[in-house]
Structures are given as C-alpha cells and as structure tokens.
Design a protein around this ligand. Structure first.
Ligand code: SF4
Length: 495
C-alpha cells in the first residue's frame, strides 16, 4: 500500500488524486467527482469537508462514528464537533507511516469496528477515511457489511474529492440511504416512531431549523399530506420512513447522492422550498403534483398558507440593498425571501454547485435582478460586496470581517439561518424581521465606524499603546541603505 503520510492539505489536489488512484481508489474518486463536480472554481473555501459527514453521524441516535486520518485533522474535526455541541465520542484509529505502508492501519480499523459494534448500543458504525488514508488506498469497502446486526458504513471523504462540508453531509446520508434501501428491498424493516399524513408523506432533504418541518407539515395538512422523517436522519429507522415517502423535497439542493437513492426507490424529487408568497405558491403546486393531489386540495393548502405569509412580509418590510453569500445550500431561498420582503439583492454567492433542484430559484432570482454565483469563492463574494456597496452584507465569517472593516453592516449567514425558521409565515416574520432590524440600524453603524476610525488599525493595532509606537532610532535609514545596496548588487550581476 503506498505511503500517503507526506500528503495532507498541503499536498495539492492533483497529487492526492493521483496517489488515491494509484492506491486502488480510482473508481471511488471518479464517482465523487461525478457526484460533486468542481467549478467554475477549483475548490471553494470552506472548512474541512469531512466535518459534514462527521456531523451527520454524530447527530444520529445509536450510531458510532470513527475517524481514520492524520492526528492534526482529527484534532481539528473533534474540536469543531464539540464546539458545535456534539456531546458524543468521536472514535479515532491513529496510524503512522509504518501501519499505513504495511496495511496494518486497515487491520487496526477492522479491530476497532469489531470492538465498537455492540448491538445493545448501536444500530450502525460509521468509519470516515480522511485525506491521507484515502490517498493511501485504505480499503474501507472491505470492512464487513454488518457485525451482529450492527451496520458498518465505510466512506471516503477526502478534501481533494469532496468540495464542501455541505456535500460531505450528503456522502454519509446517501451511503446510509443506499444501505437502508437495500435492507427494505430484502424484507420488512423497523417502523419509524411517529408518522402523520393520511395520503402520504413528504421527505424533506436538508438540515433545517427544528420548527421548520413542523411549519411545513401544517402547510401540507390541507392536501392530506404529512412529513416523513427528514434526511439527514436522526436515527436508523428514520431512513426507512424517509424512503417510504410519496415524494422527496430537496430544499437543500446539493444532496445529489441522497436524491439518487430516492429516485432508485421510485420517489419523485421536487426542488426549491416554501419561502415567501411566490415561492410557497409554486412549491405547494409542485409538491401537490408530485404527490398526485387534486387541484382543489392544492388550492385549499395555498388558501390556508399564503395570506399569513403575505401579512408577515408586509409587517416586516425591508428597504435595503443586500448581498447574500454562504455555504449552507439555502442561500438562494434566503435571497428569494428577502426580495419578496422588498430588498434589492444584486448578488447571491453559494459554495454549493448548480443542480436541477435549485434551478427554479436561480431562474426566479435572475428574473428579479440577482446574479447567482454557484461554487462562489471568497474573493468573488468580497468583490461583489465592494462593487455593490450593500446596506447589509449577509455572508461567511471572512466576508463579514471584510464588510465590517469597510463600514458595511454585516451578519453571518449561518448564525442567521440556523437560529430561526425560513419557511412559511414563521420564516417571513423571523428572517425578514431580523434583516429589517439590521438594516434599520445602518446609520448608527456608519456613525460608529466614523467614531472609531483608525482605532486599532495600522500602527495602533494591538493593545496597551498609549501613543503610536515610535521606530527604533535609525531603523528606517538603515533599511533604506540595505535596500539600495541590494539593488546595486542586483544591477551589478545583471538581474
Ligand atoms: S482531512 Fe480535512 S483537514 Fe485533513 S488534510 Fe484533508 S481536508 Fe485537510
């Protein structure tokens, strides 16, 4: 087995891809690149992609998650997991050059899986290959498929094959759905805990604010539909419940592998989501059609939902120019809601790829004057923010930092959407409400920037200075002489 221990983030994507292919992972790498295509940028700036898979595993009941990778990667991933409140053990199988080269690492992983796979405690054990074990060809597909009834799921989630941590959620969700689908095809499986909807259920795809599925369930009720367990699932038997839906809704449009499993189970998949009046109207029509609901019942659902959304938007009007950027996958939906509330949104950047499930939103946004940038880089998001000069920039951490430095009010996309609903009347009131409040404060913000102008920047950076620090005596003169001498020396040798 080749030694990939000298390849990490710094190794370069092409080097690592070549190493993985040479180590017997060519097929897996091709599959990842086909499912999660690159470009137009090589790789958007996001956290270590494997965090997405790890998070999905850690959020599931009776599922153990084990990482196989370099200690520094595992440290970062573990730290981030606990920062986000995982409160679960992250398993780790360490390695060194020798265990990697001799294949002993795979034996160590197999041993760890056997030790962990206790059916009294777990339904499934997930093993995640990070960059170095993937590039070295550690063959997780040769792990046993189950041990004493505990499913074993081995996945490769290298940074050089999965572009964003958002798509890494799909790597594990898709692998679990595939496993559960083959189980369901073989015979009876466990029933999910709570099911609603007499005429069928809709499976929502994407990590949503907890109140959102309930709100969507209320919108679907007049059509006789309920909500199936969500993907990513919270426990193993929810996977069967999700697959048993009448239709799936890819509200987060980057779950390509998961959608493939719904299609394989014969379920139609609908894009976009119930945001704002127009978005909800179109989404209810699409869901109703996919679930074979009569036109009268679809109209009844709209009549129940749309007036409240219209009122919520009217109560929280936004009179501002806003740029939106993020890596969650819901950027286009958020932009739609803002525009319906009255905002001008000239730019929407998302680190996620273009897929058919966001096409409705992209077309709607384009028709309302927004440029949608898929696979957006930080540089593009910042350039758009500088060009547009918005009243409010909604974006990633480095974008918000750049905006605030420029005196532009800014809020974190992730914080904004993860702590409040997005769909229906609740979303219109909460999300449009917070943005309306932020943009109302923009005058105060520019006064504050003017008041603190120059404080803590340039030579005044740091703390504890009462005066601008002075140069050591003669420093600038000595530096100038050194530069001149170097230039003369270069000219003398003709460089
Ligand atoms: S696993 Fe993540 S942190 Fe480690 S080398 Fe790969 S991309 Fe970087």
């Amino acid at each position: 087995m080749p030694d990939g221990s000298d390849h990490g983030c710094h190794g370069g994507r092409e080097t690592l891809l070549a190493a993985a292919a040479a180590a017997g992972k060519a097929e897996q790498m091709e599959s990842l690149l086909a499912t999660y295509p690159r470009g137009p940028h090589d790789q958007p700036q996001s956290m270590c992609p494997a965090f997405g898979s790890l998070r999905v595993g850690l959020r599931m009941r009776r599922v153990a998650t084990i990482l196989s990778g370099s200690a520094c990667c595992v440290y970062g991933l573990t730290f981030t997991s606990h920062f986000y409140g995982a409160r679960r053990t992250v398993g780790y199988v360490p390695f060194n050059s020798e265990t990697l080269v001799t294949g002993a690492l795979f034996e160590d992983i197999r041993k760890a899986v056997r030790e962990v796979a206790d059916p009294a405690k777990y339904d499934a054990v997930v093993v995640i290959n990070l960059c170095v074990p993937t590039a070295s060809g550690v063959p997780l597909d040769r792990l046993p498929k189950q041990i004493d009834g505990v499913r074993i799921i081995g996945i490769d989630v290298p940074g050089f094959g999965v572009p964003t941590h958002a798509e890494a959620k799909d790597v594990l969700a898709g692998a679990m759905l595939r496993y559960a689908r083959t189980e369901a095809e073989r015979g009876p499986v466990a029933r999910p805990r709570a099911l609603s909807g007499d005429d069928g259920r809709i499976a929502l795809i994407g990590e949503l604010f907890p109140a959102d599925p309930m709100g969507v369930g209320a919108m679907l009720a007049p059509m006789g539909l309920g909500i199936a367990p969500q993907i990513p699932a919270r426990e193993w038997r929810d996977l069967y419940g999700a697959l048993d839906c009448v239709a799936a809704a890819a509200v987060h449009p980057f779950y390509t592998a998961s959608v493939r499993e719904f299609h394989a189970a014969g379920r139609p998949v609908v894009g976009s989501g119930p945001v704002g009046v127009e978005g909800t109207d179109a989404w209810l029509s699409a869901i109703g059609a996919a679930a074979n609901v009569s036109a009268e019942r679809i109209d009844a659902a709209k009549a129940a939902a749309l007036p409240a959304i219209r009122n919520a938007l009217a109560a929280n009007p936004i009179n501002a120019r806003i740029t939106v950027a993020g890596y969650e996958g819901s950027e286009l939906l958020v932009a739609r809601l803002l525009i319906e509330a009255g905002a001008e949104v000239p730019y929407v950047g998302t680190a996620c790829p273009r897929t058919e499930w966001s096409e409705v939103d992209r077309a709607w946004l384009a028709a309302h004057g927004a440029h949608v940038q898929y696979r957006a880089s930080l540089e593009q998001d910042v350039a758009a923010m500088r060009e547009v000069r918005p009243d409010l920039a909604v974006g990633t951490t480095p974008l918000v930092q750049a905006a605030k430095q420029a005196g532009t009010p800014a809020v974190y996309f992730t914080n904004m959407v993860s702590s409040r609903p997005l769909f229906g009347a609740a979303g219109a009131a909460a999300l449009a409400g917070i943005v309306a409040a932020q943009t109302r404060g923009r005058e105060r913000f520019s006064q504050m920037v003017g008041f603190f102008s120059g404080v803590g920047t340039g030579e005044a950076a740091g703390y504890g200075w009462k005066d601008v620090p002075s140069d050591p005596p003669g420093l600038r003169d000595r530096m100038r002489k050194m530069r001149e001498a170097r230039q003369r020396a270069n000219e003398a040798v003709g460089t």
